[in-house]
Design a protein around this ligand. Structure first.
Ligand SMILES: Cc1cc2nc3c(=O)[nH]c(=O)nc-3n(C[C@H](O)[C@H](O)[C@H](O)COP(=O)(O)OP(=O)(O)OC[C@H]3O[C@@H](n4cnc5c(N)ncnc54)[C@H](O)[C@@H]3O)c2cc1C
Length: 262
């Protein structure tokens, strides 16, 4: 089963003082509401967070499944239709519950996404498939083009499970090899983002935006190098790619000093 998709939404008109650190208390309130038979939720581990303007919060609360309980398949039109309809229904249910949370009484839905959020479908197979072991073992690669600091985030039936590398015993991030971006079976193509070469577990971590930014910058820089040298992306000089990325301020791990806060 692939990672379950979600229909995100944003709420506005929240009282920031009254809401306080509601992101910490909401999971316990959900448990209470379920035990009292007042609400049923598609998953535990709701992620409800204030935005830069504290009256607005974003809500990652829903989980979309097929009738048999497996994840909605983002490659199937019928599944996607079901996800759009069921996602909106779950948003309304989540909203009805959230209006009972102190500080959220007068909130309203600002927007729904134009499309259901799909976390995982197809990926290419490159010279290396980033794995769960690479993430949990803080893997290092000679051809690193960036890093990922996000843990394994498994969207499984009814829950979201985060598995972190051991911190502080480890540095807490893994390097991303250039080979993830270079498909094995086809030349003159670079694949960056959530469809790069990763296993199911590896993708559940490195699909997030930080790692996708790093892969995108590396793919763009590699494409320019390939054009300059009249070479295919597979045959560019990775050392030159790495020094260009560093020159532009990228953190690629290796022997670089870890930036403060990472
Ligand atoms: C519900 C949900 C919640 C998430 N929450 C978080 C989070 O809190 N933090 C986090 O870091 N990550 C989060 N992620 C993960 C992250 O947002 C994505 O994995 C990441 O944005 C993927 O980046 P990408 O560049 O691979 O794809 P995308 O960001 O989807 O970019 C692909 C782009 O290509 C465009 N496109 C598609 N087809 C064409 C075409 N034929 N021609 C031109 N353009 C085209 C699309 O419009 C899109 O803009 C979440 C994902 C989901 C689904």
């Amino acid at each position: 089963s692939m990672l379950y998709p979600s229909m995100m939404f944003r709420l506005n008109n929240i009282d920031p003082v009254k809401a306080g650190e509601a992101w910490r208390t909401i999971p316990a309130l959900m448990e209470k509401a379920e035990a009292a038979g007042e609400h049923r939720f598609p998953r535990k581990a709701a992620i409800v967070r204030p935005q830069r303007s504290q009256i607005e919060w974003r809500v990652n609360f829903t989980q979309l499944a097929r009738p048999d309980g497996a994840a909605i398949n983002g490659l199937e039109a019928d599944d996607l239709t079901r996800g759009e309809i069921e996602g909106r229904r779950q948003v309304v249910e989540a909203f009805n519950f959230l209006r009972t949370v102190p500080g959220f009484e007068n909130s309203y839905i600002v927007d729904l996404p134009p499309q259901l959020g799909i976390r995982e479908t197809r990926r290419v197979i490159g010279g290396h498939m980033l794995s769960g072991e690479d993430v949990l073992g803080c893997g290092s690669f000679d051809d690193s083009i960036g890093v990922n600091g996000w843990p394994i985030e498994s969207h499984v039936a009814g829950d979201v499970i985060f598995t972190f590398p051991p911190i502080p015993q480890s540095r807490g991030f893994n390097e991303l090899p250039y080979r993830m971006l270079v498909p094995e079976g086809i030349d003159n193509l670079l694949v960056a983002g959530r469809c790069a070469s990763m296993t199911h577990d590896g993708q559940s971590a490195a699909r997030v935006s930080g790692a996708c930014f790093a892969m995108g910058e590396a793919a763009g820089t590699a494409a320019a190098l390939a054009l300059d040298g009249n070479a295919s992306p597979r045959h560019i000089d990775v050392g030159t790619l790495q020094s260009r990325l560093r020159h532009h301020g990228a953190f690629i791990g290796r022997d670089q000093v870890v930036p403060e806060g990472l």
